[in-house]
Design a protein around this ligand. Structure first.
Ligand code: URP
Ligand code: ZN
Ligand code: ZN
Length: 489
């Protein structure tokens, strides 16, 4: 009888701690030995000296989710997780999204019903909280945190999604008390609406005006405000999809002060600019997301923050909509930039784009790549060390990378999402995950999928360390307890 289920020989193994040459043995879906492996396995793969990296963890993606406008994503839990797997990602954390008036418990049940029969890789859920009603704050959220939904996203913009600053305080105080990490979409709603109103009023409705309405200062202001709100109640916070120079600097300064404020960026902010939206008719909608891609100076600031550790995570913010009336352009060629569905696909190309533009071009190291695409996601969201690393006892999630492989992005020929286009069409990518393993199962090999629908498993998550408060609320909050006020959390 074989000692192991799978052995990978002759691998260059990279974790955030080290880079070593050796072998990997897998048994019962977990890493059983890493380094020099003797013994036999049911199957051996010779990696031929290629890099073996932890499977990607994508902690920001929208799958089978309805937008605030009620538009359904193009990807369901099958196509979404298949495309993730082909791109070297083995764990996704999409959202179970509450829309106003909905019970969070029911929302979670619905997302499980959608994911269970379809997902091919493992998944957890963040909650999107749009309606922090007494029922949600008093019962549902505390119970759901206990059940393993230990992070929520809140929005400072979008008419149908936004919470007020007052509601943010309620949500942050609860998250602080019960051990959840709050993710914030930080853009100033009224600045965007005011600019958009005047643009549309004057007939400037093409997609390129999306980048004008979503002004940089709107992101910078909301970032600063979100951090201030979190400081009042001493709650950690993670700012998602950051794109903009001043906002990034605000984040960096908050971290320098020792605050627990984390930051995320995405492929669109290293690989696209607002010029991509400047296309004839409504075609530019294919590149439209919020915040919008900016310019080359902003791209440089994003790289600097990836390099110096200001950003902990590089996520896809996969928000897939087809370029038709059921997706991106609800009113066809009459769709104004205000009516376009926001978001771009990125689950499959997230890792290859960062590998190619970051590691291969010497902007980040291989170990930073692993931290930004896998390990930090698992740590921040309560999945480490089960996910996000190559270590004995961890789930055997990894990919063998061919660093020499040259790929030209062609949606039709090579991508597996259901979007119908890629915003990166025609890009040259240098380096690709050729073999992908999820819990010891070889799910992608020789360009083929070998994973049954529904074989992905749900991952309930413990309260992460990232959600632990510093223990230093604003002085006024501390003063309240001195004159006998009831503790607020
Ligand atoms: O444009 C984007 N990013 N759409 C997806 C929803 C969100 O705000 O993350
Ligand atoms: Zn967002
Ligand atoms: Zn998003």
């Amino acid at each position: 009888m074989a000692d192991y289920d799978l052995i990978i020989r002759n691998a260059r193994i990279v974790t955030v701690e080290r880079q070593t040459d050796g072998d990997i043995a897998v048994k019962d879906g977990k890493f059983a030995a890493v380094g020099e492996v003797s013994g036999t396995a049911k199957r051996e793969i010779d990696a031929g000296g290629k890099f073996v990296l932890p499977g990607g963890v994508d902690s920001h993606c929208h799958i089978e989710q309805k937008s605030g406008f009620g538009i359904m994503c193009a990807d369901d839990f099958y196509t979404g997780t298949v495309s993730a797997a082909f791109g070297g990602t083995t764990t996704v954390i999409p959202f179970a999204a509450q829309h106003r008036g909905m019970s969070l418990r029911q929302v979670v049940k619905d997302y499980h019903e959608a994911a269970t029969p379809k997902a091919v890789i493992d998944y957890a859920f963040h909650l999107i909280v749009t309606d922090p009603s007494p029922q949600a704050l008093g019962q549902e959220l505390p119970a759901l945190i206990k059940d393993g939904y230990t992070s929520f996203k809140i929005y400072m913009t979008y008419d149908a999604m936004k919470v007020s600053d007052y509601q943010m305080l309620d949500i942050l105080a609860l998250a602080r008390r019960d051990g959840a990490l709050v993710m914030v979409h930080a853009e100033n709603h009224d600045m965007i609406n005011w600019l958009a109103h005047h643009l549309v009023d004057q007939g400037h409705v093409a997609p390129k005006f999306h980048a004008i309405a979503h002004a940089r200062i709107a992101e910078a202001e909301a970032t600063n405000r979100a951090i201030s709100i979190a400081r009042l109640v001493d709650a950690p916070l993670l700012l998602v999809h950051m794109s903009e120079i001043e906002a990034i600097e605000t984040l960096r300064q908050a971290q320098k002060k020792g605050l627990k404020i984390f930051g995320e960026t995405c492929p669109q902010y290293i690989a696209l600019t607002s010029d991509d939206m400047d296309k004839p008719g409504v075609q530019g909608a294919m590149w439209c997301c919020s915040p919008p891609p900016r310019d080359s100076a902003a791209q440089e600031a994003v790289w600097e923050a990836l390099k110096d550790g200001t950003f902990q995570t590089f996520s896809s913010d996969h928000a897939p909509y087809q370029f038709n009336e059921g997706g991106k352009i609800p009113k066809g060629d009459k769709t104004t930039f205000k009516e376009m569905a926001n978001g771009v696909p990125g689950l499959e190309l997230r890792l290859p784009l960062l590998f190619s533009e970051g590691v291969q071009k010497g902007r980040i190291t291989m170990q930073q790549f692993v931290a930004l695409t896998a390990t930090n996601h698992a740590k921040l969201y309560g999945l480490y060390p089960k996910k996000g690393t190559i270590a004995v006892g961890s789930d055997a999630d990894f990919a063998i990378w061919d660093a020499d492989k040259q790929v030209t992005v062609r949606w039709k020929e090579m991508l597996h999402d259901n979007v119908g286009y890629s915003p990166y069409e025609g890009r040259e990518i240098h380096g690709w995950p050729i073999t992908v393993v999820s819990r010891g199962r070889v799910v992608v090999e020789n360009g083929k999928l070998d994973a049954a629908r529904g074989s992905g498993q749900f991952l309930p998550r413990a309260s992460p360390d990232s959600a632990k408060p510093l223990g230093n609320p604003a002085p006024e909050l501390q003063a309240m307890s001195r004159f006998g006020a009831k503790p607020l959390f």
